[in-house]
Structures are given as structure tokens and as C-alpha cells.
Design a protein around this ligand. Structure first.
Ligand code: ADP
Length: 211
């Protein structure tokens, strides 16, 4: 709840608490000539939205947080696992031709290359496939593992990472997607993906007050 529109009474309460806080609910009610019960929903909203803090036996005080601070607090609560998509993978032995087909069929811009145990071996972007296609090579016979960006040079993330940190990694490395992985004895198992689209969705959800 970030962009909630405060009604007149809620704004009035905020002013009273700003000037007199910490102040009990009782005293706020007195100043407004209302009962404590009438005020309760407004106080709950202001507290939940982060405008006010409440301490037992002390009362309400103004949290002093700007809307920008609250927005950034919300951003720092969004995890990869809240927005990750299903990964689209190809085996490391398939041909460049097959990878191009998979990219069209699955409608994605990045493929993750894995071995038979779903362990991450590399990444293929659209441009990697285009680059391989402009030579005079036979695409059905070149395996993807000779043109992919390979481990250990693949940027990854885990389910518990902050989405914000992944967004920073995408910008730093100038890439469009990262695999979500889980560490196993055999290597990193691919369990999801985060792309710029997932980050755009989180951005829109924030604006729509869904977080
Ligand atoms: P494109 O090149 O199609 O615009 P990207 O910007 O995502 O797509 O990829 C740029 C280069 O970075 C490609 O060579 C690709 O193999 C590589 N790449 C893509 N994603 C990753 C990643 N998660 N980790 C490391 N390298 C990556």
C-alpha cells in the first residue's frame, strides 16, 4: 500500500500525530471530537501503509518515511521466487538449428543450455544464434556448446535473491536474462528464469499497489 489516497480525516490524523506524537489513540480521538472506535479503521490504515508507527503503551508517532522511502522498502521485499518464470532449456548436444527452432517455438529470447541432469552448462542469446548463422556453416551439425557463453561465465541467481539485485546484474552485464539455479553436488541445477519482462511486471505491480 504505497499510493493510497488519504481521506480528509486520515490527513488530519497524520497532522495531529506529526505535531503531538507520540500520542495515544484516545488523545487523537479527543482532538477530533470522535470516539476511539470511529478512529480505529483510519489508524489501522495509516499504520499498515507505513505513515504511522504504533508502540504499545506509548502511542502513535509519525514514521517520517517519505513515499519514495516506502517505495524503496517495498522493492527490497520482492524476491526472485515471487516473479520467476519457467526456464526454457536445450541440451548441450543439440544443434544450433534446433536451438533456433526452440527459441521460436517457446517464444523466448534466451535459452539455457543444460546437460541431461538439468545442470547449467551455458547460455544462448538471440545474437549468439544470429552470429553463428551468418557464416557459411552447416547449422544442423554445429552443436550449441561451441557457440554458447559457457560456465563459469554465466551470471545466475537463486530463488531467495532480491529481484532488485538481479535487475542490477542485468544492467551491469548488459544481458536480458539470468537462470534461477539451485546448487547441487553435480553443479547448478536450472529451476527458473528471470528476464527483463519479469522485472517489468514487478515494476507495474508496485505501481498498482499490489505489493
Ligand atoms: P542479445 O545478445 O541477443 O541481445 P543478451 O544481451 O542477453 O542478448 O546477450 C548478450 C551476450 O551475453 C550473449 O553472448 C549471451 O550469450 C551472453 N549472456 C546472456 N545471458 C547471460 C548470462 N546470464 N550470463 C552470462 N552471459 C550471458
Amino acid at each position: 500500500m504505497i499510493n493510497i489516497e488519504l481521506n480528509k480525516r486520515q490527513q488530519h490524523i497524520l497532522e495531529i500525530v506529526k505535531q503531538n506524537g507520540p500520542i495515544t489513540g484516545e488523545h487523537i480521538a479527543d482532538q477530533l471530537n470522535l470516539t476511539r472506535a470511529t478512529l480505529r479503521p483510519d489508524l489501522a490504515i495509516l499504520t499498515m501503509a507505513g505513515f504511522l508507527d504504533a508502540r504499545p503503551r506509548v502511542g502513535y508517532f509519525y514514521s517520517g518515511k517519505s513515499e519514495t522511502q516506502m517505495l524503496s522498502d517495498s522493492l527490497k521485499k520482492i524476491l526472485v521466487r515471487d516473479y520467476q518464470s519457467i526456464p526454457v532449456v536445450v541440451n548441450d548436444s543439440v544443434s544450433v538449428y534446433d536451438a533456433v527452432c526452440t527459441m521460436f517455438l517457446e517464444d523466448v529470447g534466451t535459452l539455457f543450455v543444460v546437460d541431461k541432469d538439468s545442470i547449467l552448462k551455458g547460455v544462448l542469446s538471440r545474437k549468439d544464434l544470429l552470429r553463428a548463422s551468418i557464416g557459411k556453416q552447416e547449422l544442423t551439425t554445429i552443436p550449441v556448446n561451441i557457440i554458447m557463453t559457457r560456465m563459469p561465465n554465466v551470471t545466475m541467481c537463486s530463488r531467495e535473491d532480491l529481484l532488485l539485485d538481479v535487475a542490477k546484474r542485468l544492467i551491469d552485464k548488459q544481458i536480458d536474462a539470468v537462470p534461477v539455479v539451485r546448487e547441487t553436488e553435480a553443479g547448478y541445477e536450472v529451476i527458473g528464469r528471470i528476464t527483463k519482462t519479469n522485472i517489468a511486471k514487478a515494476f507495474v505491480a508496485l505501481a498498482d499497489d499490489e505489493i
